[in-house]
Design a binder for this molecule. Structure first.
Ligand SMILES: [Zn+2]
Length: 473
């Protein structure tokens, strides 16, 4: 059957094929089956012999029953010939894609998942058999494939893994290096460029710098600012050049965002915050592409460090009064560790007014801010706060402990207005008594009497307490 279809039927089939009416194709050895979408859907089956000649053709349409040929059969036949489906084993990416996805009228999620599974399985076989060329072909084909953006990453990851594995095979590394360098120099395979660079950076420092320099000389690569900057950053991170040497060597590069970035980093480390701000403002943050995020961070940090009190004020402003999330506050505190000592009293005073009392005290305790606790007791000394801070004070400033306790209790007696206040003071006195030595306690009582000597009520209560003490001893 050299010409298996009559002229008119063949033309009809060609038209069906061109209108993409053949779908759901499946192939088993020399048997190929598919569906053709005409006035209704027809099932077609063609069988070829080992010489690729058509030996059996079947279709379930009426015409086929009568004259043993039809446009549907011809359509599949054209597809088989045009796409060389007999010649190829189904292992190129395109075949796989046609077979499992594009031949279906409405590919669904399972078609994609099955395709990806096959794709990854095949890659594993290539990897096992060290068939780098096949991985390479897959990668090249992937570039041309129209694939849903959100799923494409699975394929990219699969190839990335295979490339990284194979690259570490000593028998393949030279060949692969050449291919990687060549691809980079042409700015090809953008999804894989960062992987390529990472692999190249495993080379000896000297070799890497030579390769990187030769890559940077390529106009196509220079068009890709991100790649350029990443490459420059990698050179710098190899530590061969000081920042000055580096700047000098690469100043000819037109897109030297990396240099601004590194300079800003250095200035930030030297705490020259106003210089950081000036440098970045001159360049305009919006002009950055590769380092945009990092530069924004550096800029913000410099601004914050320049005015830390304002920075903390902004953070406190955003806190919710009840069960506040203190994460941002803690991060800022960390960042401002250099100046924290000088601003913390003001900051905590503001914080204490913003959030609920218990949340505030709990935070002071958790952060072990005993110096603030001392300051707090000195300014708003109350026995209830003393009870909260008690353990922390004992732990962090034991040498001051008895002094603070005595001071707060004495102050509380002096500030007391009503019976309830006095009761609370006596309660506190009782509670802290065991934590003071007898001498300290005696002195505290003496001191309270002394500064309140005109307060008859208090003196009487103290007399009574001491009388009870006498009795119990
Ligand atoms: Zn038919």
């Amino acid at each position: 059957m050299d010409k298996p279809f009559s002229y008119l039927v063949y033309q009809k089939g060609l038209r069906f094929y061109q209108q993409s009416k053949v779908f759901n194709l499946s192939k088993n050895l020399n048997t190929i089956e598919a569906y053709v979408n005409d006035d209704q859907i027809y099932h077609v089956k063609l069988v070829f012999n080992s010489n690729k000649q058509l030996t059996i053709k079947k279709c379930n349409c009426r015409l086929a029953k009568n004259i043993h040929e039809c446009g549907h059969m011809a359509a599949l036949y054209v597809k088989v010939k045009q796409e060389s489906l007999l010649e190829q084993k189904v292992d190129t990416l395109r075949d796989l894609y046609v077979l499992m996805i594009s031949s279906k009228p409405k590919p669904n999620i399972y078609d994609y998942v099955n395709f990806e599974k096959r794709f990854l399985d095949n890659l594993q076989v290539f990897q096992k058999e060290k068939e780098f060329e096949k991985v390479q072909t897959y990668l090249e084909e992937l570039e041309k494939l129209t694939y849903p953006v959100n799923r494409r990453n699975y394929l990219v990851q699969g190839i990335t893994r295979a490339i990284s594995e194979l690259y570490h095979d000593p028998t393949l590394q030279d060949q692969m290096s050449k291919w990687i360098i060549h691809s980079l120099s042409l700015n090809r395979f953008q999804d894989f460029q960062m992987t390529f660079l990472d692999l190249l950076s495993e080379k000896d420092t000297d070799d890497f710098v030579i390769i990187a320099d030769s890559l940077l000389a390529n106009p196509s690569l220079r068009e890709n600012e991100s790649l350029c900057n990443k490459l420059l950053l990698m050179i710098y991170q190899k530590g061969v050049f000081s920042l000055e040497e580096f700047k000098k060597k690469y100043q000819r590069m037109s897109q030297c965002e990396v240099i601004v970035y590194l300079t800003a980093l250095e200035l930030l480390e030297q705490r020259s915050y106003s210089k950081v701000i000036e440098l970045i403002s001159n360049y305009h943050i919006s002009h950055f592409c590769y380092f945009k995020k990092e530069i924004e961070k550096i800029y913000k940090k410099a601004k914050n460090m320049q005015n830390p009190r304002e920075y903390m004020h902004e953070i406190i402003k955003k806190l919710y009064w009840h069960i506040p999330d203190m994460t941002a506050f803690k991060e800022a505190k960390n960042q401002l560790s250099d100046v924290w000592q000088s601003i913390k009293f003001d900051v905590y005073d503001e914080l204490s007014e913003k959030i609920r009392g218990n949340d505030f005290l709990e935070f002071i305790l958790n952060e072990n801010e005993w110096e603030y606790a001392l300051y707090d007791l000195e300014t708003n000394g109350s026995i209830s706060r003393l009870m909260v801070y008690d353990r922390m004070l004992l732990k962090y400033c034991p040498e001051l402990y008895s002094f603070i306790v005595s001071d707060v209790i004495a102050q509380s007696f002096t500030n007391a207005y009503c019976d309830r206040d006095y009761q609370y003071c006596f309660h506190g006195l009782d509670r802290f008594r065991g934590k003071l030595t007898q001498d300290e306690f005696d002195y505290l009582i003496y001191y309270i009497r002394k500064i309140n000597q005109n307060n008859e009520y208090l003196i009487r209560e103290l007399d009574e307490m001491e009388a009870t003490d006498e009795l119990s001893h």
